[in-house]
Write a protein that binds this ligand. Structure first.
Ligand code: SAH
Length: 230
């Protein structure tokens, strides 16, 4: 009986229209908030259109999932604003054969976006509960080119490196040297650097001829990069 009811619900016009609403909401968000702010990369825009952001936030916030703002995901953490996710994704110039490292899995949304574009995503989260939750959600949604790990991302993921690109989604006081080591020659790392709870610089760190260069892309506000005492 219960199963019949679920089948009925799945095919009911109400359910279908709510699913379409979210697709429309995504299209509207891209047209109103993402494209006008200058994000042009087709692969990035397609990924934003494809990934159901509402499924990465608590259900009571679904109705706000396609507004261009950050949202709380528990444990004092936030899912980044869609524009920032799009900007960071475009900035690493993602290619289909890329292996990307992300520090700060959080909800798993940024990892899901990257996974639609690149070959594989390695993502590390320091809060165990968020690690478990995002791992489960990413698996359930079928994002099987994302590898998750519960650890202090300061040390990167040495066995899996070097990476074509590194995306750090928590604000560090300086660029962790192990991450520089794990960046491929010619690779790009995007990382917010600055004092926690103040505005930080979103840095693009590039590596050429063994030397690194960094430049500020914009001012941002991210949750702090924390450390695990092992
Ligand atoms: N990319 C995430 C954003 C989450 S906010 C998303 O799309 O939802 C940043 C995340 O970084 C938080 O979950 C926080 O717990 C995590 N974090 C902070 N310091 C970290 C560290 N040293 N290693 C790994 N994760 C860290």
């Amino acid at each position: 009986m219960a199963r019949l009811f679920i089948v009925f619900l799945l095919f009911s016009p109400l359910f279908l229209s709510s699913q379409n609403d979210y697709l429309e909401a995504r299209e509207r968000m891209i047209a109103d908030d993402i494209k006008p702010r200058g994000v042009k990369d087709k692969a990035t825009l397609n990924a934003l259109n494809e990934v159901p952001r509402h499924l990465f936030v608590p259900q009571e916030l679904w109705s706000q999932a396609y507004r261009d703002g950050p949202l709380p995901i528990g444990y004092g953490q936030t899912i980044s604003q869609p524009y920032i996710v799009a900007f960071m994704t475009e900035a690493i110039k993602p290619e289909s054969d890329f292996k990307v490292l992300e520090i700060g899995t959080g909800s798993g949304y940024q990892a899901a976006i990257l996974s639609r574009i690149v070959d594989s995503v390695y993502t590390i989260e320091i809060i165990d509960e968020l690690y478990s939750r995002s791992k489960k959600q990413l698996k359930e949604l079928g994002y099987n080119n994302i590898m998750t790990k519960s650890a202090d991302g300061y040390f990167g993921w040495e066995e899996k490196g070097p990476f074509d690109a590194i995306v750090v989604t928590a604000a560090a006081e300086f660029v962790p040297p192990p991450l520089i080591d794990q960046l491929k020659e010619g690779g790009r790392m995007i990382i917010p650097v600055g004092t926690p709870f103040a505005t930080q610089q979103l840095l693009m760190v590039t590596k050429k001829g063994g030397k690194t260069k960094s430049r500020n892309l914009m001012f941002v506000r991210f949750v702090p990069f924390t450390r695990r005492s092992e």
